[in-house]
Design a protein around this ligand. Sequence first.
Ligand SMILES: [Zn+2]
Ligand SMILES: [Zn+2]
Length: 820
Amino acid sequence: MQSLPKKYNFSEIERKWQKIWKELGIYHFDWNDVTRPTFTINTPPPYPSGEFHMGNILNWVYFDIVARYKRMRGFNVLFPQGWDCHGLSVEIQVEKEQKIRKRDVAPDQFRRWCEQLIERYIALMKDSILKLGCSIDWATEYLTMDPDYWRRTQLSFILLHKKGFMYQGTHPVNWCPRCETAIADAEVDYEKRQGTLNYIRFPLEGTSEYLIIATSRPEFIPACVAVEVNPNDERFNKYIGKNIVVPIVNRTVKIIAEEAVDPTFGTGVVMICTYGDKEDVKTVMKHKLPVIRLLTENGRINENGGKYSGLTINQARRAIAEDLESKRLLEKVEKLSQEVGVCDRCKTHVEILEHKQWFMKTRALTNEVEKTANEVMWYPDYMKTRLIDWANSLDWDWVISRQRVFGTPIPVWYCKSCGELILAEEAWVPIDPKLENPRIDKCPKCSSREFVPERDVFDTWMDSSITCAVHAGWPDRENWKRLFPADMHPSGIDIIRTWAYYLMVRHLALFGETPYKSCLINGMVLGSDGRKMSKSLKNYVAAPEVINKYGSDATRQWAAGGGATGSDIPFRWPDVEYGRRFLVKLWNVSKFAIKLLEDYEPSEKVEFEFQPLDRWVLSKAEKVTKKVTEAMEKCQFNVAVEEIRNFTWHIFCDYYIEAVKDKLYNPETYGQAKKLAAQHTLYVVLYRVLQLIAPMTPHLTEEIYQVMYAENKGFKSLQISSWPLINPELENETAEKNGDLIMAIISGVRQDKAENKLPLNAPVKTLHIYSGSTEAADVINSVKEDIAGTLKIANVRIHPKKRSEGKQVSSYDVFFQVEY
Ligand SMILES: [Zn+2]
Ligand SMILES: [Zn+2]
C-alpha cells in the first residue's frame, strides 16, 4: 500500500482528479453500449450570466450526486450540458455595455456583440462547474445560439405548426415598453408599488348628474370604451344602457351591466380601457367592445391620446390629473399601495398591448399536463401541485414570438402581394428568413415572386423546452427514443412554472409523451440572515469564493446536507467548515489505517475469525448502507450525508478503531488470527465509507481509493466501482446488541477518567464489572482483552451483580468501578 501525503491539500487533490477523470473519459456516455441500462439527466442549460452562484451550486450538486450514484449502480449515464443563450437579459447587458439601444445598430452587429458577451460569460460559468467537479459529459456541450441548435427549435416549430398547435393572432399580450417586446405570463414579476387612486367625475349624458369612478390609471381615460356596474347594485343599475361622457376626450360610451364588478371596491363604478389590466381584456372580449390602442411599443401615448400624444405614461398620468383638477372633475386623490406586474428582466411596469404575435395552443393541453404531472415521480412529491396549479391558472396561450434581435429566427415568410404565409420546409432548417428567401419560385396562391420575412424571433423558452428530446439525440439519432423520456428532470423551484411546464407542453404536443419520468426540485439558497440570497440585500456569497476557500468536496457537502430536498437552504460558513472537518477526519483516519494495515494483504478467500467488535461494526456498516441506499433512491441527500458522517465519525472512528488499535499494535496478546480479522474489517469498512460518500465528495474519496484500494479492487476510478450490495449475512442483531454494550462500557470508563481529570490513555489498575445476567457477563468476558487494551487496563474482573455497586453502564443492568 502506498501512503498519503502528510497534509490534506484539497485544491491540489481536486485539480488533479478533475484532470485525470477527463483523461480517463469515465463520464462519457457510451452511445454504442446496448447492454447497460441508461440513465439520462435533463441538465438545465443555464442562461450565461457570467456568474455561477450558490443557487446554481445547489442545483448542480444535486444532479451530479444522482449521476455519480447511478454510474456506481451500473447505469450508462447521459449527463449533458448546454447553454441557453437567447435570454432577454443578454440584450439588456449589451445595450448597457455598448451604450446603445438595439434599434440603433444593424441587427448583425448587435447579434455579434451578444454572441461575444455570451462566450465570455460561458467561460466564467464553465470554470465554476469544472471546479465543482461535476461529472458532465462535455462531448455533449451545445449552445442554443448555434445554427445547429436553431435547426432543432425551428424543426419543432414546423412540426407543431403542421399539427395545428401554432397560430398567429392579434391578441393582447404582456408588453415591456423598455425592452419593446412581448413577454410571457411567466416573465411577469409582481412588486408592491405606491400609487394613487383618483376619484373622477364622469357626467351622465344630457343631465347635470355624474358618476364617480376611482382609478389608479387616469392616463388610460382616452382609451375608455365602456363603463360598467354590477346589475344588482341598487345605486347604479338604473343607469345601465345609458350613455356617459368620458371626460377629457368628451366621447360618450355605454354603461353596461357586468356581474364581475365588486360593488364594494372603489365606488362600484368601473371604467373599461384598452387595456388598463387583464380584467379589461376579459371584459372587452366578453362584451365585444371596440379597442382603442393608446400606447406605442416604447410606452408613449400615440395619436389616439390627442393632446397628450408623445408623452410617456407617467407624464400623461400627471398631465391628465392636472387637467381633471382644473376642470373640477377630480373629487379626491388617495394614496394606494398596489401590486403591479413588472418585467422580470428590467423591472419596468408591464403594459398590455394588442400586437400580432405567434402563439402556441397550450391551454388546450391543460388536462393532459395535469394528468401527466400526476404520473411523473416528484422529489419531493408535493411539488407537483406547483406545476398543476400554474397550468390551470393560465388565462392565455403561450406567446412564443418576441420583437427582439438575439433569438432563434421564426422560419416563416409572407407573400408580399397577397400576404400568404410560407412556412419553411423541414429540410430548409436552419434558416434565417431575414437573410434568405423561401426556396420556392412563386407564391402558391397568387404566383407573386416577392416575399417578406418574419422579423420576430422565438421566445428563449422555445429553445430550451425541447431539451429532453434534444439530449436524447432527436432528430438525428435513429434510436433517440431509447433515451426518451429523460429519467430525471432537475429544476429549481422558481422555474417549475416556466421550464418544467414548457417542457411538458412542447413534448406532449410534439410526441404525445411526457418529457421526463421524474422531477427533482431544489429550493432557493438563503443568506445567513434567512432571506433569499441576493446582491441587493448584501447577504450574497459568490460561489468561487466558497470553492476557493474550502474546496469543492466541502462545498458539495453543504449543498447535499443543508436541508431536505426541495426546501430552501441557508448558506452558513460553519456548515462548509464542518464539511471540511469531516474530510480532514476521513483523511487522518485513512492515514492511520494505512499504518495499521502495513502487513495486511487483502484477500476474500481467507476464513476470518471475526470477534464481537468486528461483527458489530460490519453489521452497522450493512445497516448504514441500507439507509444510505434508500435515501439515495429517494433523492434525500441530506439524510444520506448525515448517516454516513455519523457512522464514520462516531461508530467507525471513535469506537471501532479505538477499540481494536491495541490489538493491531500488540497482536501477541490476542493472536494473529484476531489481528487479521480486525485488519480485514478495518479494510472493508473504510472502503464502504468511501463508496457511500463518493457521490458527494468525489475528489478526496478518489485520492484515498487510489492509494489504498485501486490495486486490489481493479476499478480505474472509485466513481465506476459497483455500489455496495447489502449482504444480509453480515447483518447481525445479536452482534450489534453485544457491541453496543461493550461500547457503552468503554464510553463509561472514558467518562470516569474525564471526571477524574485523567487523560484518556491514563492506566487503570483494575476495572470491576458487575453484571446482572450471565449472558452479558459472557459477552464481556469474550472481549476482555479489547476492553483492557483500549482503556489501558491491567485487570478486568467480572463479577455477578449482588447489589447496585459503582456506576451503571448506560441503561444496562451492568455496573462498574474503576481502580486507578
Ligand atoms: Zn423589460
Ligand atoms: Zn401571394
